[in-house]
Write a protein that binds this ligand. Structure first.
Ligand code: AMP
Length: 488
């Protein structure tokens, strides 16, 4: 049967990961933004956009595809003049991303124009949107972010910053935002601080970006992380910081360290690269095995494998070579293509595998597709034994805060125990770093169950922010899906 979703977010799969960037106070604002987005390409590869303000009007260019293809032409950048700009990279696994869903979102409101770029995911967007639609709002896109611009538009406060705060007090979820108005660049992180946002400075210009690697590329100095619940306003008078939300325990996403952030970024005081090496060392201490060689699944498994090999005193070799000219396997739209994708992406470096007992290190197992294919490839290349070591605990729960993960029923660890997973991926042994080991690698004594320092919901099911759209009565997405199942 044909199903026309009544949930506008379904066709977007709800979960997106994104990179955001904003700059204020330099004549080449759009060019800097394009460079920043290029450094943040790993956070979103499906589409990108920039909005600039030139003193009289907003200029916008948004397109599907990579930053280089969209903003590599001088004439595109020349069409985005102005001293201030924001930009966005979009990542979504769904094939039906359309241009109207590409950010930054721009809206003409009673007080003037505003552009918004969002990294994260709102967990009550559907509930709020339903309420707004009932009272007459007309939405242009299926993005959760558009809910925020509608709430800003409807706020009765007089100043734009107060309107933004008013809007955000009505939403739940994870968000790092950059907003551009005619006079201000505004950046903020949700009170739980799930997604990153950093502040930088370059010759009098202020920068806000998802990660420090976006500051490095333009030669900007890293000033500090924007704090959870902090709202930063940059305008002619300089930079002002506000704390408009009641204090909440911060829970930064631990998966940013494991997989998502770039290894050369410094995130909340930790080098991502060193964190990954320490996780690898913990993994070796907890789950040692006799072997001849440690081989990473490139690229995301490399730092953890370096840490593992050093700790285990086993030689490290690049026994799998990655073809860099295709995207991440995860963004392939169907299971069939995803299976092919692994082979397009990796090849065995036979001289370091043949006749060896191999330890393979990867950052995570999601569906199990990558591990299964890589192990098959390594066996075909003549490995005597293959021991899979994973630098995260088993991924047992979906993320609703902005990291794309499939629904729970497709997560290998949600539906199999350790031995069944080992059999599924056809490894001689399989082990994951423990939750305490992961926290130790992040400088803690272990996971304090009463007060965990990070959001680790994908491994624990402990969701720090309510999942209203998933659980709440008529507005629940899962209720809709179960109704759909009944009528199918
Ligand atoms: P899978 O093949 O489904 O088990 O996915 C595991 C692989 O995907 C690992 O090699 C990870 O590096 C990578 N991965 C894990 N989480 C994500 C994510 N949210 N987006 C893209 N890739 C991911």
């Amino acid at each position: 049967m044909t199903f026309v979703s009544t949930n506008p977010f379904d066709d977007d799969k709800l979960h997106e990961e994104c990179g955001i960037f904003g700059i204020y106070g330099t004549p080449d604002a759009a060019a800097h933004t394009a460079l920043g987005l290029h450094a943040l390409q790993h956070r979103g590869q499906e589409a990108s956009g920039i909005v600039s303000y030139d003193g009289t009007r907003f200029n916008s260019h948004r397109a599907m595809g990579h930053v280089g293809a969209n903003f590599g032409q001088p004439k595109v950048i020349q069409g985005l003049p102005g001293d201030a700009a924001i930009g966005h990279n979009r990542y979504s696994t769904s094939g039906d991303t359309v241009l109207r869903n590409v950010q930054p979102i721009y809206a003409d409101l009673a007080f003037g124009g505003i552009a918004v770029a969002h990294n994260g995911n709102l967990t009550n967007a559907y509930a709020v949107r339903s309420r707004l639609v009932k009272s007459g709002s007309i939405f242009q896109s299926t993005m959760d972010t558009e809910v925020i611009t509608h709430l800003i538009a409807r706020s009765e406060k007089h100043h734009v910053v107060d309107r933004i705060v008013d809007a955000l007090k009505q939403v739940e979820g994870a968000y790092s935002l950059v907003c551009l108005t005619a006079k201000k660049l505004i950046g903020l992180r949700d009170p739980t601080g799930v997604r990153p946002l950093v502040l930088g400075h370059l010759k009098g210009a202020w920068i806000l970006a998802s990660e420090t690697c976006a500051l490095d590329i333009i030669g900007a100095e890293f000033v500090r992380d924007v704090e959870p619940g902090e709202l930063i306003v940059i305008d002619e008078s300089g930079l002002n910081s506000h704390k408009p939300f009641p204090p909440t325990a911060s829970r930064f996403c631990i998966f940013e360290y494991i997989y998502f952030s770039r290894p050369d970024s410094i995130v909340e005081g930790h080098s991502v690269y060193n964190a990954r090496k320490r996780i690898g060392a913990e993994l070796a201490r907890e789950n040692g095995v006799d072997a001849d060689v440690v081989i990473p699944v490139p690229d995301s498994g490399v730092p953890a494998a370096i840490g593992y090999a050093a700790e285990a005193k086993i030689p490290f070799e690049l026994g799998i070579i990655r073809n860099h000219y295709i995207g991440r396997t995860f963004i392939e739209p169907t299971d069939q293509i995803r299976h092919l994708g692994v082979k397009l992406k990796h090849n065995a470096n036979r001289v370091h595998i043949e006749g060896k007992r191999v330890i393979l290190v990867d950052d995570s197992i999601v569906r199990g597709t990558t591990s299964t294919k890589i192990i098959e490839m390594v066996r075909e290349a003549g490995a005597r034994e293959v021991h899979m070591r994973i630098a995260s605990p088993p991924t047992t729960h979906s993320c609703f805060y902005g990291v794309d993960t499939p629904e729970r029923s497709k997560l290998l660890a949600a539906i199999h125990d350790l031995e069944a997973m080992r059999t599924y991926i056809k490894a001689d042994s399989l082990a994951f770093v423990s939750m305490d080991g992961l926290y130790r690698a992040m400088g803690q004594k272990g996971r304090d169950a009463a007060k965990p320092q990070f959001c680790d919901a994908c491994f624990s099911g402990d969701y720090p922010i309510p999942l209203t759209d998933e659980t709440g009565g008529q507005t629940s997405r899962s209720v809709q899906l179960s109704l759909l199942a009944e009528t199918a």
